[in-house]
Design a protein. Structure first.
Ligand SMILES: Cc1cc2nc3c(=O)[nH]c(=O)nc-3n(C[C@H](O)[C@H](O)[C@H](O)COP(=O)(O)OP(=O)(O)OC[C@H]3O[C@@H](n4cnc5c(N)ncnc54)[C@H](O)[C@@H]3O)c2cc1C
Length: 272
């Protein structure tokens, strides 16, 4: 499979008032795994197809050439998760949170139709990060983390337990999440003033769990600090990713805190 290519929309479904599932024709030879991230490239206004640099297998050169495209023609690049792959239909599904009209990805997803085309970079095995084996897990995230969380829950074996916390706008955003594991799922509704950090702080959690955290970067940071500082969890027992940043787009430069998080992730990965 080419690492960089175009992706054509085949179907679009409304999952909840604020979540749309877009199916794309899967590339030939597509390999799938849980929590599978990829970059999507969204066309600029007036472009039927996003402009992509030529792929020659060299990631760094590809990215340099991407940045060399004049800004008003360069696609917006955003991170997403493959929610599911259906080899029989040769389709892959990506679930988009419709968080507003400020972001090009959410704006595109609101009106996406079969036949429309995005660019993709990935999925790359470089970002394949299997969950470590554990008897119990704690998952916490917002709606952007639901696709990853859903695919992780489906991949877990029977006999393990998961305590999951998901923050969404309101009860209409709840989704069914299947798993062979024993899952205790707490939905938190912003419409009722509920949120992730106080809910996890107040919860009784299993002693030797592995934690997986994703969602708004500030919330993820607070959750991780709480698990490490207040609960004494080992840093290595926590996978964490800030998926989006309040008031900042994915084009905006990383903050000092973002860079510190990224450095920690690299340092922890090196210890494995
Ligand atoms: C590894 C990874 C996997 C991800 N998987 C998914 C996925 O499967 N589905 C999904 O929907 N998202 C996913 N995300 C999050 C997604 O990339 C971001 O929400 C991204 O900012 C959306 O781009 P945009 O163009 O809509 O908004 P941007 O142009 O990046 O931002 C515009 C404005 O919208 C705000 N904003 C961005 N996202 C949100 C949000 N969710 N809620 C409220 N305000 C927001 C920003 O603060 C900014 O003010 C993932 C992120 C990562 C890093």
């Amino acid at each position: 499979m080419e690492l960089v290519d175009l992706l054509a929309v085949t179907r679009v479904r409304t999952l909840t008032p604020r979540m749309r599932r877009v199916s794309f024709a899967a590339p030939a030879g597509f390999e799938t795994w849980p929590d599978q991230q990829l970059k999507l490239c969204f066309p600029r206004p007036g472009q039927p197809v996003p402009r992509l640099p030529v792929a020659d297998g060299d990631d760094m050169r590809w990215y340099r050439e991407f940045l060399a495209i004049p800004e008003d023609e360069r696609p917006w690049m955003r991170s997403f998760t493959v929610r599911a792959h259906d080899p029989a239909r040769a389709e892959l599904d990506i679930d988009f949170v419709l968080h507003g009209t400020a972001g090009p990805a959410a704006r595109w997803a609101r009106t996406a139709e079969p036949g429309e085309v995005l660019g993709r970079y990935g999925p790359s095995t470089v970002y394949r990060q299997p969950l470590p084996t554990a008897a119990s897990y704690v998952f916490a995230g917002d709606e952007t983390a639901l696709p990853a969380m859903g695919s992780l829950l489906e991949s877990l074996p029977a006999g393990v337990s998961v305590q999951a916390f998901v923050e969404v706008h309101d009860p209409a955003e709840e989704q069914r999440l299947d798993s062979p594991a024993e899952v205790s799922l707490t939905w938190l509704h912003r419409s009722r003033g509920e949120s992730l950090v106080p809910a996890v702080r107040a919860a009784e959690l299993p002693a030797a769990a592995h934690a997986w955290l994703a969602g708004e970067a500030g919330a993820v940071r607070s959750l991780r600090r709480h698990l490490v500082d207040d609960r004494g969890m080992a840093k290595r027992a926590i996978d964490f990713t800030g998926y989006w940043r309040a008031s900042l787009t994915q084009d905006d430069a990383p903050t000092d805190e973002d860079l510190a998080d990224a450095n920690e992730r690299v340092a922890l990965a090196r210890q494995d």
